[in-house]
Each structure stands twice: as C-alpha cells, then as structure tokens.
Ligand binder design. Sequence first.
Ligand SMILES: C[S@@+](CC[C@H](N)C(=O)[O-])C[C@H]1O[C@@H](n2cnc3c(N)ncnc32)[C@H](O)[C@@H]1O
Length: 278
Amino acid sequence: MSNLTTTQVYAQEIESERHQAAIYIDTYYVRLLAYEGYKNDVVDIMADLPKDAPLLDVGCGTGWFLSLLERKGWRNLSGLDISPHMLAVARDMGSAMTLHEAPIEEFSVATGEGYEVITCLGSLHHMPNLDRVANSLAALLRPGGTLIVHEPNEDWFYEHSTFLRGLMRLLYAPLRIKNSRRVRALRAPWASVPPSPHHDDVAVDELVASLQKAGFVLEQACFKNTLVRVLEGMLFRESAFDRALYRLVRWADKTMFDPLAGKRAGAALLRLRKPGAA
Ligand SMILES: C[S@@+](CC[C@H](N)C(=O)[O-])C[C@H]1O[C@@H](n2cnc3c(N)ncnc32)[C@H](O)[C@@H]1O
C-alpha cells in the first residue's frame, strides 16, 4: 500500500465500493440482523446530543445511518464519501441530507463552519493514514464537538485464524445448522465481491492513540467481541432462549474484558470530544 500514490489508493477504494454499493443495504443492514445491535449501540451512545446539531457522517456509504438519524428526529445532517456509487444509493433514498463526494483527507469547511458531531462507522479502517485522517476530523469539528467512531478490530482473530476459525465452527455448529438456510442466503451475494484493497483492521489502542495525538479526549469506550457479534447474527434473537443466551454472553463480554485492550477480536465503539468551549 505504501508504494501507491494517494490517488491510486482512492481509485482502488472507489472501484471496490462500486461492487459493494448495490447489495450493501440489503445484505448488511436489512437482512443481517447482527447490525441491529450495532445500530442500537451507536444510537444509544449519542442519545444525549442535541438533534439540531450539524452532523457529518464520514464514509457515509449508502447513507443508511443518516436516514436512521433523520427518522429519529435529527435535522442538520451531512454525509461524506469518496465513492460516487455509494453516494448514488444514498441519493436515491431521497432524504434531506447534504452529500459531499470527497476523500476525508482533502475535505475542508470555511473557518467557523465546522460540525458539532462527526460519526465514522466502519470507515476508518479503509483509510491508510490514520494520523492524517484524525487531523482532518479534528479540523472539521467545532471546539467542544463530539466524535463517534465504530470500527472492527479483528487483527488478533485473523492472526490466529486457523485455530480460532476451527474453534468458532465447532462452537457455532448447532446455531449454523439451526439457521443454515438464512446464513447461506446472507452470504450468497457477497461471494463475488472482492474485499476493499485497503481494508486493514485497526487495533483499538492504535486508533485511540491516533485520535488523542490529534487532540481528541476519550469520553467512552465499549467493545463487542467477535464471538458475541457472530452469535448476535446467528441467533437472530427470535426466541426467548436466544435472547437470554445473547444477554448472558454480552454481559460476560462487557464485564470481563478491557474495552481498550489492543488486539481483541471484535468491534470498538468510541465517543471522543474535541476540547474547547461548546
Ligand atoms: C465499510 S464502508 C462503511 C459505510 C457506512 N459508514 C456504513 O456503515 O455502512 C466504508 C466507506 O468508507 C468510504 N471511504 C473509504 N475511503 C474514504 C476516504 N478516504 N474518504 C471518505 N470516504 C471513504 C468508502 O467509499 C465506503 O463507503
């Protein structure tokens, strides 16, 4: 990646997202119920923020999160994405949000016109230079503003992949059998889609360090283990037993592990603040 120019990196990212845009909403957010948990976690961590605050969703993709916020009463929404294909899907939703097509590293606003809230959901790990992105985010946010980040953090899992994948298969065998038809249906559309070339999972501690270097103060950090996320998806939480099992595993995950431990397999949800008067 380091021997590519920034323009080449962006071009590859856009090409990769072209393949994904068409099936993104349907598979990820509508059918893959694991994301129900993800959506609720993010909405909950922002519950106290004023709904008229100017908000920018960085790497907004198909705009599903902005639409969700709009339905929840947020009124001053903007999205930014490098991919025209993703943004075309967002535009088709016909909502009132403002959409910008640009790489975050090169996006700026006039002095004094920054955002009060910035969200980045699953987008930072597509961006090769985290420090540069962290500085852009800091420049776009008003003093006292809030940054919400949700990122997969699965280095550790994939580094130990052979053993752990085997273990996961064994542990989840009964659930896979129970839900096999639905799991197959979810996976099918992704079979021909190449992964994004810059998909490079970040460790939570590295992510926090980059953001702190850019001046952000960490206010809240949560983590959801991959085992819990997969379980969440496979259980589909339909029966009382499924829901109780899920609650038990989620409780153990929250209680027993440090959310900021570097290379844990799972997803991190962070809330940070830019110091200064609100
Ligand atoms: C995995 S998708 C996540 C999209 C959305 N946040 C969601 O949760 O569905 C990552 C998004 O980041 C966008 N992206 C990648 N590099 C970017 C950059 N440098 N600036 C802005 N957006 C970028 C991609 O086009 C893609 O839509």
